[in-house]
Design a protein around this ligand. Structure first.
Ligand code: 6PG
Length: 481
């Protein structure tokens, strides 16, 4: 059956994210073509939600494409990797010049760049777009981070901005930049998400060890924190998860869950790319490695058997002061994670000539996404007023929060080290801060060592040029490198 070309946009791949995006578009008044490899999903979407808006269902990909107005806009919402390539390969012969293919999954930005280049050769636009907010966000208003051509955004922008979350009347959607820029920004978003969650988990662990508090009591502390500077979606749901009781055992939910955190890989990509770009995203890296470590059950068991659990019982004397110390340490470490993430976006933008607006990125993360937080408004202000800000840490609001937090941060990291409570993200964030602010780093010694064993040369603080010391000679004279 040939369809009439009436739909403004189409979604193929109707698992929960695709289905919810399609519903969101339809609820906002757009006519949405829908398709799924197995047609039962398409049928059930229309049967269950057909009254929410106008859906144009198709059972074949050709009919689906035929049901779309030109230039066509097709959102592909299938698993990242080979399944995405398979759907694109099937779609391309059915499309015509100027049509747009949108990949709204968590694709690696390098794949997006490759696909964009291939489709451009066919006269098609390929748009890799980050979508954050989970299932509920997709339905009620996600944060949307589209890459691809500016021309494709003319068609997609009005629709995406309408279905995105809105904060103070501003949509959480903006054209991020060409080709892979959208997926790159989404990748860093996820890296920050990992860091944010690890820091929250460390704060919980510290409160538990230091206060001997129950998860339900700690939930109340998080609830309280969520009324201040730390207000964010992740802090809010932390309180919910900690307060939850397992129905089967009557125990705290968090005590019956296996302590091995999984990942689908976006955090790992963030760290891998940061290494290539030479950007120290230590908080994100520690968070990613902390998940890996948690999964190494055999090593953990062997170490526990050899060394026992951490030594001494922790005695916190002043409960309120300790809770405030942990709160400040969490805020300061979180600022480090965001500062590092934004550094990585800037470096990626320079490397790939994307011209990403950092203030704009903070703007579209204010709502809808997993890392949405009150202080993203402050990040937006910081980069809007100084786009070349050397690091977020020195923007006035953040500089003050970090300076105020330093004594607490040091106490928490020192106390946790003494008590044997692992705080990799808190500790490495403090070390990063201290390294950045140091007058002199021991990197000078590393340069000396490199020159000694490998004649790698070094620069001096008092003269231009590269130098090498003749280490093997008696007088160790210095020559030009
Ligand atoms: C989002 C999330 C989402 C991600 C999950 C799981 O922004 O909505 O980032 O895209 O897939 O958070 O990620 P991990 O399985 O890697 O923890």
């Amino acid at each position: 059956m040939t369809q009439q070309a009436t739909a403004q946009i189409g979604v193929t791949g109707l698992a929960v994210m695709g289905r919810n995006l399609a519903r969101n578009l339809a609820r906002n008044g757009f006519t949405v073509a829908v398709h799924n490899r197995s047609p039962e999903r398409t049928r059930s979407l229309v049967a269950e939600h057909g009254d929410e808006g106008t859906f144009v269902p198709s059972e074949s990909l050709a009919d689906f494409v035929g049901s779309l107005e030109r230039p066509r806009a097709v959102i592909v919402m299938v698993k990242a990797g080979a399944p995405t390539d398979a759907v694109i390969d099937e779609l391309v012969p059915l499309l015509e010049e100027g049509d747009i293919v949108v990949d709204a999954g968590n694709a690696h930005f390098a794949d997006t760049r490759r696909r964009e280049e291939t489709l451009r050769e066919h006269g098609l636009h390929f748009v890799g777009t980050g979508v954050s907010g989970g299932e509920e966000g997709a339905l009620l208003g996600p944060s949307i981070m589209p890459g691809g051509s500016a021309e494709s955004y003319q068609k997609l922008g009005p629709m995406f901005e309408k279905i995105a979350a809105q904060v103070d009347g501003v949509p959480c959607c903006q054209h991020v930049g060409p080709d892979g820029a959208g997926h790159f920004v989404k990748m860093v978003h996820n890296g920050i998400e990992y860091a944010d969650m690890q820091l929250i988990a460390e704060a919980y662990d510290l409160l538990r060890a230091g206060l001997g508090a129950t998860p339900a009591e700690i939930a109340e502390i998080f609830r309280e924190w969520n009324t201040g500077e730390l207000e964010s979606f992740l802090i809010e749901i932390t309180a919910d998860v900690l307060a939850h009781t397992d129905a089967a055992t009557g125990k705290a939910f968090v005590d019956v869950v296996l302590d091995q955190a999984e990942q689908k890989g976006t955090g790992r990509w963030t760290v891998q790319i940061a290494l290539d770009l030479g950007i120290p995203i230590t908080g994100i890296a520690e968070a990613t490695f902390a998940r890996s470590l948690s999964g190494h059950a055999g090593q953990r068991e062997a170490a526990r058997r050899t060394f026992g659990d951490a030594g001494e019982k922790w005695q916190v004397e002043d409960r309120d002061a300790f809770v405030e110390d942990v709160r400040r340490a969490l805020l300061a470490s979180k600022i480090v994670a965001y500062a590092q993430g934004f550094d990585q976006i800037r470096a990626g933008s320079r490397e790939y000539h994307w011209d990403i607006d950092l203030g704009g990125t903070a703007t579209i993360w204010r709502g809808g996404c997993i890392i949405r937080a009150r202080f993203l408004d402050r990040i937006r202000e910081a980069y809007d007023s100084q786009p070349e800000l050397p690091t977020l840490l020195v923007a006035p609001y953040f500089a003050e929060a970090v300076s105020d937090g330093v004594p607490s941060w040091r106490r928490v990291v020192a106390d946790s080290a003494r008590a044997g409570v692992p705080t990799p993200a808190f500790s490495s964030s403090l070390a990063y801060f201290d390294a950045l602010r140091a007058e002199r780093l021991p990197a000078a010694l590393i340069q000396g060592l490199r020159d000694n064993f490998g004649a790698h040369t070094y620069h001096r603080i008092d003269r231009e040029g590269a130098f090498h010391t003749l280490w093997a000679t008696a007088d160790r004279s210095e020559v030009a490198g």
